[in-house]
Design a protein around this ligand. Structure first.
Ligand code: SF4
Length: 361
């Protein structure tokens, strides 16, 4: 049994911070790739705890030309097909399966964001591209975080992981857990999908382990993201009286390509530090603290009133210990402008931006 009292939320942030610095585990850092890490992304049916988009660093810099906000599917449709020469938008863009006026709106939105050029020729709107939208995604990695992955937790999780493996939307599926101090991690003794990798993060409770360590207990299999796959809709429960049949739905490679790009765009915009948007950095007890046990490299949320890392759910206006930062903190322009809450947001935004290469001149 692990002795860690770490919440799932705190563990999730630790996994994100570790992955941002070290992905892929065990390999020497490849300067030609950048790991973009985000939390709680996925599809309508499935949300992953941690998503890593391994990106080609040069292509990612090209992507930066399009701004720090995500491009939604309509904008992607415009920038991916915008021609090099002035062309009527209906000749340039693929025929939609909805009215053209929605495409026209997307063209105007793209022009407003400065990512394509448009001009009016008579009653026709023409467009041309400013830059080619790059192919920046090398791999998408999905991680389920379970700090206490006991044998029974592994059994409960197995069905969800089988679903991810069958869908093949991510190139790799992993489970991240904390070291238990056992010779063999309990998950490996369970009937767990062999296609999923197991990443074990250190726990200082055990001799020789520290929280900045991580090791691969099981390597994942690369999934066939470019091939058709299946979404598992229903499956027999395993009860001998259950005579129901498993039900599947076909998933096309085109759907997967679009979803992967949509997930990557959201990851690019949000990163993993967006947790602050759902917490209360404007509470006087909210702090960002480095944890010496993590090597002091990451600043993560800390509640001075509770004297521990708070969860996102408890750090809300309804928290009984919530106290707004005193007005004089802000009036004094602390430390530069705004109160500590604003400073927290600025610090996290800077760290977020630092992980993304600048656009080329
Ligand atoms: S007291 Fe409550 S609202 Fe304030 S930082 Fe702690 S958990 Fe968040």
């Amino acid at each position: 049994m692990t002795q860690s009292a770490e919440s799932e939320f705190a563990f999730e942030l630790r996994v994100c911070a570790w992955a941002e610095r070290n992905w892929p585990p065990g390999d020497a850092h490849d300067p030609d790739t950048t790991a973009i890490v985000a939390r709680q992304l996925g599809t309508k049916h499935r949300r992953w705890d941690t998503v890593i988009v391994k990106a080609d660093t040069d292509a990612l810099a090209e992507r930066a030309r399009f701004g720090s906000k995500r491009l939604d599917s309509d904008l992607l449709g415009v920038v991916q097909h915008a021609p090099a020469e002035w062309t009527w938008y209906r000749d340039a863009l693929p025929e939609p399966d909805y009215p053209w006026r929605y495409v026209r709106e997307a063209v105007h939105r793209a022009a407003d964001r400065g990512i394509v050029e448009t001009r009016q020729r008579g009653n026709r709107i023409e467009l041309r591209r400013k830059w080619a939208y790059p192919d920046w995604i090398e791999r998408v990695i999905a991680i389920e975080n379970k700090p206490d992955l006991t044998a029974s937790a592994a059994r409960a999780l197995a069905g969800q992981i089988e679903h991810d493996v069958a869908l093949g939307l991510a190139d790799e599926v992993w489970v991240a857990t904390t070291a238990t101090g056992e010779a063999v991690e309990p998950v490996l003794l369970e009937d767990f999908p062999v296609e999923a990798g197991v990443l074990v993060l250190g726990d200082e409770s055990f001799e020789g382990s520290n929280r900045d360590d991580a090791s691969v207990a099981w390597h994942p299999r690369t999934l066939a993201v470019d091939e058709p796959s299946t979404r598992i809709l229903d499956r027999p429960t395993g009860d001998p009286h259950d005579r129901s049949a498993a039900r599947f739905e076909y998933v096309s490679p085109e759907w997967k390509r679009e979803k992967r790009l949509a997930i990557a765009e959201r990851a690019y915009e949000r990163g993993w530090r967006s947790y602050v948007d759902t917490m209360r950095p404007d509470c006087r007890h909210f702090e960002l603290r480095r944890d010496a046990r993590d090597g002091g490299r990451d600043v993560l949320p800390w509640c001075a009133a509770k004297e521990r890392r708070q969860t996102a759910a408890e750090c809300a206006g309804s928290c009984p210990a919530f106290e707004p930062e005193p007005p004089n903190w802000r009036a004094a322009g602390w430390p530069i402008e705004g109160g500590p809450g604003s400073a927290v947001r600025r610090l996290l935004a800077r760290r977020h931006a630092r992980r993304r290469p600048d656009a080329p001149e």
